[in-house]
Structure formats: C-alpha cells, structure tokens
Design a protein around this ligand. Structure first.
Ligand code: PRT
Ligand code: ZN
Length: 286
C-alpha cells in the first residue's frame, strides 16, 4: 500500500483557514466541507484529521497524526514529545501578564503572592520560576479576561493579539512572557517513507513562503545609471538587464523583498529609475 502522511489541523478556529490556505498554496487539492473529521488530498499523499487545537500536540506525539499545525503556545504548554519542524508565520500572538488598569505597575514583583488566572499554567509556572516570583496560579479554561473583574484572581496571563479584549475588560498588558505563531510539528519516529513525503511538503512550503516574502521588480534605467541602480537591487544573483527599443535605455528585472522595496524606492527613483513595476511571485525555489 502507498504511504500516506496524516496531518492534524484545527477543525474550526483561528488557525483553520490559514493552515488550509497554506496547504492549498502548496498545490494540494482536497475537500474539507461538511464538518468532516477526515479528508484525503486528491493529488498528494496527505490525509487530514480535523481536531481541536488543544488535542493536536498529543495526537502527533502518539502517532495518531504524523504531523500537525498548531500554535506554539499550545505546543509548549502541552509539553508533548514532538519536533518543531517549521515556523509558519501566521496566527502570531503573545502570551502576556495583565493587571487591572487602575493599578500601578512597578515590575514583576507586583505579582509576588498574587493570584493569576490562566489557561497556560505550565508556561506561566516556568516563567515565574525563572524570574523567582511566587504566585498562585488559577487554571481556568476560558474567558480568563473576566477573572479580575469578578474577584477570581488579581491578574491574568492570556493570549493577546490586538489588545482590545484586555482593554474592554479594564485590564492592561504589563509583561509579554511568550511570543507565538503557528508551527508545523511532527512525530519523532516517522518512517523513512513518511519522512520523504514530509520533505516534499516542506520543499513546497519553503517555495510558497519565499514567494510571498519576495516581489519581482521590473524597471527602466538610462544606461549611464545602470551600475548605480543595480547596486541598489539586492536580487537573487545579479539582475537581468535587457536593452529597450529606445536607444540608451535598459530594462532591469530582479527579485526584492517587500520591505527592501519600500526602503529603496526613493533611492531608485533618484538614481533615474522609471516605470517601476512590482509583481507578486507565486512560488520561489531557493
Ligand atoms: O476550539 P479549539 O480548541 O480548536 O480552539 P480555541 O478556541 O482553543 O483556539 P482559537 O481558535 O481561539 O486559537 C487558536 C490559536 O490561535 C491559539 O492557540 C493561538 O496560537 C492563536 N491566536 C492568535 C490566538 C489569538 N491570536 C487571539 N487573539 N488565540 C486566541 N486569541 C484570543 C485572545 O485570548 C483574546 O481573548 O482572542 C481574543 C481576542 O484577542 P485581542 O487581543 O485581539 O482582543
Ligand atoms: Zn483550544
């Protein structure tokens, strides 16, 4: 029988859509409609298991799934024996300590002998231990942000993204204790056949990530400014230079990261570049 790699992805929540989009961008076709628990890819040896995110590290550790996509916060909190294969760059957030807005904050010593409500008792405990702070950890599974308001705890430790949930609950973020993003994890004892499929998948993910971080740039330049303009373009190797129909002008093609482009655009124009086009790259093989 042909080997199939089984991937666990979140059934519905903040990770689901981006996880499935990434796999689609890798050219893998599948259906995930109808609230199904499982699905198979049509053109790649991959099978999906749709789960709650809390269960993903454990299922991958036990080998029920071979790989999975989960928030790094869940991965570290669950302390399961799996390998972190790749950071995926989406669902970024932070795990932070927050206290009532009206309180003064003078540093971590504020938390000494206080009670802190959290759904991340392990990450919080190891942070407090490292910092030498003794506090009471109240583990609660949801709506952590209401704990201080109802007198359940003095402070909270919770996931923050925009910060608006803290704000609407009269809290302020005072310490970031962990930064998280979606990660790809794998079982530690994959067979060589499954490892080979994982390698192919990673090759595609790398190409998708490199493509979305980079842009194709085309511009026109007077020939006497070519050297200067080329020195402003980092490119993969050296840029392509093609003569234009207009004498004394060339077209330059290169690859540039989005950030670099915004940084260099003024210099390129000052150097005489014209007709600058920035085009998205779908996949890029490094
Ligand atoms: O049902 P299931 O158990 O699968 O899902 P879940 O409800 O446990 O998780 P889900 O879908 O909410 O989040 C999945 C993962 O997304 C988390 O483990 C994080 O890695 C990541 N993530 C990114 C977030 C956020 N951003 C986020 N903002 N997880 C939770 N939040 C919460 C936050 O705690 C706050 O209460 O969203 C609320 C809004 O945040 P603000 O700061 O933007 O107001
Ligand atoms: Zn969950």
């Amino acid at each position: 029988m042909n080997t199939i790699l089984r991937i666990a992805v979140q059934k519905s929540g903040r990770l689901s859509e981006s996880s499935l989009d990434l796999i689609r961008e890798c050219g893998i076709r599948f259906s995930n409609g109808g609230g199904k628990l499982m699905s198979s890819a049509q053109n790649f040896p991959l099978e999906f298991l749709f789960l709650r995110d809390d269960d993903i590290p454990g299922y991958v550790a036990d080998g029920v799934a071979d790989i999975g996509i989960v928030g790094e916060n869940e991965l570290v909190e669950k302390e399961k024996d799996v390998s972190l294969v790749k950071r995926l760059g989406f669902s970024k957030c932070r795990l932070s300590l927050a206290i009532p807005k009206s309180e003064n904050y003078e540093g971590l010593k504020n938390f000494e002998s206080k009670s802190i409500a959290t759904s991340y008792p392990n990450i919080l405990a190891s942070f407090l231990q490292k910092e030498g702070i003794k506090a009471d950890i109240h583990e609660i599974s949801g709506s952590v942000e209401i704990a201080p308001g109802i007198g359940l705890a003095d402070a909270i430790c919770d996931i923050v993204s925009s910060g608006s949930t803290l704000l609407t609950n009269g809290l302020k973020e005072v310490e970031v204790i962990f930064k998280s993003e979606a990660v790809l994890v794998a079982n530690n004892t994959l067979s060589p056949e499954k490892n080979e499929i994982l390698k192919q998948l990673l090759f595609r993910i790398d190409a998708v990530q490199a493509g979305s971080n980079n842009k194709y740039i085309l511009l026109n330049a007077p020939n006497d400014k070519l050297d200067l303009i080329i020195s402003l373009l980092p490119g993969m190797k050296s840029p392509t230079v093609l003569p234009l129909a207009t004498a004394g002008w060339s077209s330059i093609h290169s690859v540039i990261t989005e950030d670099e482009f915004w940084e260099r655009i003024q210099k390129l124009r000052q150097a005489g570049a014209e007709g600058i086009l920035i085009v998205p790259i779908e996949k890029m093989i490094l």
